[in-house]
Design a protein around this ligand. Structure first.
Ligand code: DLL
Length: 439
């Protein structure tokens, strides 16, 4: 409200006992709501579940999983549990194969979505007086509009610039003096590089980047922060359309490396990706999320495919959220190269640790021969242009040593690889015939 003190959003969360009790109530209500919805998918899925037996979060594991294929099978609107007269928004995520996944919201879902994104922004240090530069794509993708309403909920002035048009983005950043920017990590780096090339980087006041929608390593964080210079902090935001969009979990500047899951709305579990059984405390596994409060399109125990682990209670700044490690990647992104399992983010980590390697790279999984071969093309930094082969040998050695993979590494001059200005960057490419995917 104009003129009144800032109405803070809850960035602390409830202490464990109260939280568990609220989660239990919400879980029971969710199961009852799904069973009563008359939705054929949920009627069938819950046929074997005794509703009255679900009274606390301990009963979660007796509930069935939801998987991406369920949403595909129910395309377009089969998983909507409320009458269409009660729904007001639709988003979609472009799948790698075939049909997009559609998600639908009621006004209450949108209010909760705005709330969790306002929390994420506030946790990062955003304040109502901020002019928020929102470089996530607007449209079917949840990034743009999800964070847009979160920014408005917090009281910020949101600049809905969306992705692309880098020249305009830099002009707006310069003229409006935005302190906080939102985009994918790869695009944040593109903006920094371009600002540097134009000689205007040090005139920009941007200090916080709220970056997500793609996996990115700690090394990439350093690269992004260095590229902006001057005390820029790059923070991680996590979310997925099937659960709500951005705003499921957020990293705080005083607790780097941990994502705070807003667990009053999204109940997290970690399971073995192969068996679905819970992993031992603190072990890596697949993140599973239940939407405790969603109305139009809830999911029970949704298998995100994203790999992480639970972290112990942090107690930083009095916060109580469930903490998970930043995402390692997706189970289905894992590469198997001559019997060695490796996530692209581990390769990124090795590349980013070498000061002579730039921040742009691409991986080709060459499936033409009897053995899968790995090719990596990376830009060298400007300083390293005259020693490309020395740097190449060193980095190839580190890859072999640290992650036991042998890769055909090619170093190219800085600025010679394409940049992604709209949407998510694609780092891993498959090669199955003689068409070079990096050509
Ligand atoms: O990417 C939602 C989003 C928008 C998150 C803006 C953050 C910021 P989808 O397009 O449905 O939704 O893609 C979800 O992207 O399952 C992860 O595999 C990946 N992903 C999202 N955030 C992160 C992150 C949005 N911070 C899928 N780190 C998820 C790693 C991420 N992976």
């Amino acid at each position: 409200m104009p003129g009144t003190a800032f109405d803070p959003v809850d960035i602390v969360g409830l202490p464990t006992v109260e939280k568990r009790s609220l989660q239990g109530e919400r879980l029971a209500a969710l199961v009852a709501r799904l069973a009563a919805s008359g939705n054929p998918f949920w009627t069938e899925r819950l046929a074997g579940v005794d509703q009255t037996s679900i009274t606390s979060v301990d009963d979660l594991t007796s509930l069935p999983f939801t998987v991406k294929q369920d949403l595909r099978d129910q395309y377009p609107l089969g998983m909507v549990t409320t009458p269409m007269a009660e729904t007001t928004r639709l988003h979609a995520s472009s799948g790698t194969s075939g049909k997009p996944t559609i998600v639908v919201y009621t006004p209450n879902d949108l209010a909760i979505w705005a709330e969790v994104n306002a929390r994420a922004l506030a946790l990062a240090g955003t304040r109502p007086e901020d002019i928020l530069h929102n470089g996530y794509g607007y449209g079917l993708f949840t990034g743009g509009l999800g964070l847009h309403y979160g920014g408005e909920r917090l009281g910020c002035t949101v600049v809905p610039v969306s992705g692309g048009n880098t020249a305009l983005q830099l002009q707006l950043l310069a003229d409006l003096g935005s302190r906080v920017m939102l985009s994918t990590p790869s695009y944040c780096l593109v903006l920094a590089e371009r600002a540097h090339a134009q000689g205007i980087r040090d005139q920009l006041g941007v200090k916080i980047g709220i970056l997500g929608a793609e996996p990115w390593s700690e090394g990439m964080r350093t690269r992004i922060q260095d590229a902006w210079g001057g005390g820029f902090t790059a923070l991680d935001i996590y979310g997925l359309s099937e659960v709500i969009g951005p705003g499921v979990a957020m990293e705080a500047p005083d607790d780097l490396g941990a994502l705070n899951v807003f667990d009053d709305h999204f109940l997290p579990e970690i399971v073995d990706p192969e068996t679905g059984a819970p992993v031992a405390d603190g072990e890596y596994g697949e993140l599973v999320l239940t939407t405790l409060t969603k109305e139009a399109m809830p999911v029970l125990r949704y298998r995100t495919g994203d790999i992480t682990r639970m972290l112990p209670d942090g107690g930083v700044a009095g916060r109580h959220w469930t903490r998970i490690a930043r995402l390692t990647g997706r189970a289905d992104d894992m590469l198997i190269i001559r019997g060695i399992n490796v996530y692209p983010r581990e390769i990124e980590a090795v590349l980013m640790d070498d000061p002579d390697v730039g921040a742009n790279y691409a991986i080709v999984v060459d499936r033409r021969g009897p053995m899968v071969e790995l090719r990596i093309r990376a830009e060298a930094t400007a300083d390293a242009t005259d020693r490309l082969s020395t740097v190449r040998d060193r980095v190839a050695g580190t890859l072999a040593e640290r992650i036991r993979i042998r890769a055909d590494l090619e170093l190219v001059p800085q600025g010679s690889m394409p940049r992604t200005e709209v949407g998510k960057v694609k780092r891993v490419h498959e090669q199955v015939d003689d068409v070079d995917p990096l050509a």
